[in-house]
Design a protein around this ligand. Structure first.
Ligand SMILES: Cc1ncc(COP(=O)(O)O)c(C=O)c1O
Length: 485
């Protein structure tokens, strides 16, 4: 028996089912046979697979216990900055699981897909309305995939004007995928520093913007959780040199129903349906990164596009300037259903309220913790706030140790060491779906950890102690990595 077995009563070091099996146990009961026994085909008999004999309760407890080893948004607060891990209402899961949607076959003829195509067409319209754009593609499978789609659209746009620009401006507070997507598309990403307020200044952009620059990629709100307040003037400067403005709208959760990016100079942008619109972010599950464009970029959108002709929804490839196909079939349809259901169930007013609450909650966390943790930029934030471990330097306690200790308090740690512009960053995004009581528990936990850093720093150095997997030997892990085969 392993040491931890039975120590907490709940988080057991669960044995394999093979270790639990006892000859003669059985997890099913069949009605008494009412036909004459007949020998089995000899090819089917023999030793058979080595399955353990288990009772029903053995099996149910085994899998139920295993399920508690995962931390998920349904388990507790998951304040992962830059990831919007908010609670996703189950009603949206339910809609995506309706047999007509879940079983829809992408190769079925349009006459049998009218409902799915109508949903896609209407979702495109809702996203256009939310972003202030004119047309939308739902094809990209993730945010970064949307960025790549956007970069290709920018390339095609310049090509249609007879030019081939080589650079894209990317501020140092952009999400890391931005320069990667620009480079993947063959552009040279041009880094620009943000100012002492944590945002991009007009002067910094004007200085580098020239006629060989295809445009700028702006994450807004940026990865410091700050709104790029000079964006309108920056967009004018970029446009005046013939460039385009790409908006990374993955942080739309902060501004739904409040800011329409199309109204402040953005030419094209992506959204992360799997952050903002009711699909959990990460975990390797499917995502969706629709790209929304102004009318001058519509001809370049990927095909096929959903169109309506004579009251029928159709898929059309008849867009000669399109950048082509970005994804098998039309995108991750289940994520679209969740987003459609979320938008309809919330309505305009509640989408705006969700954003307001997400901003309120982040500012509450910022104000409550700023005396305990060093606040990187002491000014109102949007949906997330960024601290650092500067105050804990004296005790030689790092961001990583505080994050690990939070796990002992039952919280998923926030994002750490990102954004890179803040040394030892701790990035908290509480989201709108947490109550004040839950957020207060999180704040109290962090305050208590800050105290422990002063009074009992060993507790932090050994954390996590109460989790299924205890503190890792990071040196051994780095020197002798065991990579999955
Ligand atoms: C601001 C921002 N942009 C882009 C992305 C990339 O999105 P994805 O992980 O879906 O590729 C993220 C991911 O969280 C993000 O936070």
């Amino acid at each position: 028996m392993k040491e931890t077995l039975g120590t907490t009563g709940l988080i057991l070091d669960e044995p394999l089912l093979w270790e639990k099996g006892k000859k003669g146990r059985c997890g099913f009961s069949l009605p008494r046979r009412d036909v004459v026994a007949s020998p089995l085909d000899t090819e089917l008999t023999g030793d058979g697979p080595d399955f353990p004999d288990l009772s029903e309760v053995d099996v149910v407890r085994h899998y139920t216990r295993l399920s508690t080893w995962n931390f998920g948004i349904d388990t507790g607060m998951y304040p992962l900055g830059s990831c919007t891990m908010k609670y996703n209402p189950k009603i949206n899961e339910r809609q995506a699981n309706l047999p007509g949607f879940a079983g829809a076959h992408p190769l079925a003829p349009p006459s049998l897909q009218q409902g799915a195509l109508q949903l896609m067409s209407e979702l495109e319209q809702y996203l256009a309305e939310i972003t202030g754009m004119d047309a939308v593609t739902l094809q990209p499978a993730a945010g970064a995939h949307g960025e790549l789609t956007g970069m290709q659209i920018i390339r095609s746009y310049h090509k249609s004007k007879g030019s081939s620009r080589s650079k894209i401006i990317v501020p140092d507070t952009a999400h890391g995928t931005n320069p990667a997507s620009a480079a993947l598309c063959g552009f040279h990403p041009l880094p620009v520093k943000s100012n002492e307020q944590g945002v991009l200044s007009l002067d910094a952009v004007v200085e580098v913007m020239d006629e060989d620059t295809a445009g700028i990629m702006v994450t807004n709100p940026n990865t410091l959780g700050l709104f790029e307040e000079n964006i309108k003037k920056i967009a004018e400067a970029v446009h005046s040199k013939g460039g385009l403005v790409y908006g990374d709208g993955a942080n739309m959760n902060a501004v739904m129903g409040i800011v329409r990016m199309g109204d402040i100079g953005i030419d094209l942008m992506h959204l992360n349906l799997h952050k903002t619109f009711s699909t959990p972010h990460g975990g390797g599950g499917p995502g969706s990164g629709p790209v929304c464009v102004k009318s001058h970029l519509e001809p370049f959108l990927p095909v096929p596009r959903v169109i309506k002709r004579k009251n029928q929804f159709l898929l059309s490839e008849d867009f000669p300037d399109s950048i082509g196909k970005m994804q098998a079939f039309y995108g991750n349809f289940g994520v679209m259903v969740r987003a459609y259901s979320y938008i309809l169930s919330m309505g305009h007013k509640n989408l705006r309220k969700a954003s307001r609450l997400s901003v309120l909650n982040a500012n509450y966390v910022k104000e409550m913790l700023k005396g305990s943790l060093h606040l990187a930029y002491d000014r109102p934030c949007m949906h997330e706030c960024v601290f650092s471990d500067r105050f804990q330097k004296e005790q030689k306690i790092s961001t990583l140790e505080m994050a690990k200790r939070l796990m002992d308090y039952g919280f998923h740690p926030p994002t750490i060491y990102f954004p890179l512009v803040v040394h030892g960053a701790i990035m908290v995004e509480p989201t709108e779906t947490e109550s004040k009581e839950e957020i207060d528990l999180f704040i109290d936990a962090l305050k208590s950890i800050v105290n422990e850093a002063k009074e009992a720093p060993e507790l932090l150095r050994q954390a996590p102690k109460k989790c299924k997997a205890k503190k890792m030997d990071e040196t051994a892990a780095a020197r002798h990595p065991r990579l999955a085969g």
